[in-house]
Design a protein around this ligand. Structure first.
Ligand code: SF4
Ligand code: SF4
Ligand code: SF4
Length: 296
């Protein structure tokens, strides 16, 4: 790394919350500014210096054709490219459109959708260019961001946890709300980094740090089912800020396919029952049928 690395911070489709995390470093920011030259950071300064850059921090997801051209140019201009936040690493909450009719969303949200030129999908930066490191969270944790910047200055790889939120619950001595209260919690499949913030306040983890390194999402979904959670609720819980991360996406798609199959079976069963005399329907009603009704 050169003596005074040149830092650039770029925004794509996002809420700016992860860039604000950099500004909220406060005490550490002045020390960083002495060791890094901020060449491009529109959230902080209107001064724009052209590349090349030593480090590009990229927030936000790819949602337009122009975004694709821009991220390719940023990649060419940057020695290291690090994505920050759920939008950049997994497509963000805006990736919900990937399962929907994006044109319908446009018509609902905008008074003049004809002026909007966007892709039908929201995708992670790594789907388009090589990314050197991904920092998870919605928003990212400022101490993890500090670790990323410090490691770059020291010429080493950032050390951020890959284990699950549950580990931090145990370290903190927090009572597990899933075990104690039967509350569905995504902590067992979510990457640590927040210090188990939500369970510490008796709230379930909703996966804002994205999947851990080897998440068993299918197994957790089966546990949620055993605890009485309908399939469509499990799908909703997985399709959130990191819903399009491959591990969460695969699990929710699988459960959706199961649900569709269950509905088809239930529809076929309803059609069969319509063709039968009432007396036989009464004796034919089974607990399994009741479960399928609950699941819809
Ligand atoms: S990851 Fe969350 S906080 Fe960061 S830009 Fe996206 S929506 Fe905002
Ligand atoms: S509360 Fe959630 S994150 Fe904490 S140990 Fe229980 S399941 Fe894991
Ligand atoms: S507990 Fe889960 S949802 Fe809450 S801040 Fe941590 S990772 Fe995000």
């Amino acid at each position: 790394m050169v003596s005074t690395p040149r830092l650039a911070v770029f925004k794509f489709a996002s809420c700016d919350g992860c860039q604000l995390t950099l500004l909220s470093l406060e005490d550490e920011l002045l020390a960083l500014a002495q060791r890094m030259h901020v060449a491009y950071f529109l959230e902080a300064t209107s001064r724009i210096e052209p590349g090349p850059y030593d480090l590009a921090l990229v927030e936000g997801s790819i949602t337009t054709a122009h975004d694709i051209e821009r991220i390719r140019q940023i990649r060419k201009d940057s020695r290291y490219l690090i994505t920050i936040g759920a939008c950049a690493t997994a497509g963000g909450i805006q990736a919900l459109r990937n399962w929907a009719d994006s044109e319908e969303y446009l018509r609902t949200v905008y008074a003049h959708p004809e002026y909007i030129d966007s892709l039908a999908t929201s995708t992670a930066i790594a789907d388009h260019v090589t990314v050197d490191f991904e920092l998870r969270g919605c928003p990212i944790d400022k101490y993890q961001l500090l670790e990323v910047l410090s490691s770059l200055l020291a010429g080493r790889r950032p050390r951020t946890p890959k284990y699950e939120v549950c580990v931090d619950c145990k370290r903190n001595g927090t009572v597990c709300i899933m075990v104690a209260e039967g509350t569905a919690c995504l902590g067992p499949v979510t990457q640590a980094g927040c210090g188990a913030l939500c369970p510490t306040h008796q709230r379930a983890c909703y996966g804002c740090f994205g999947p851990s390194s080897q998440p068993n999402v299918v197994s957790l979904g089966e546990q949620f089912r055993r605890d009485g959670m309908p399939r469509h609720k499990i799908i909703q819980s997985l399709r959130s800020y990191n819903g399009y991360a491959p591990e969460f996406r695969a699990a929710s798609d699988r459960i959706e396919a199961e649900l569709s199959q269950a509905e088809t079976t239930a529809d076929q069963e309803a059609a069969r029952r319509d063709r039968e005399p009432l007396s036989r329907q009464e004796t034919d009603r089974s607990p399994d049928h009741d479960q399928k009704e609950t699941d819809r």
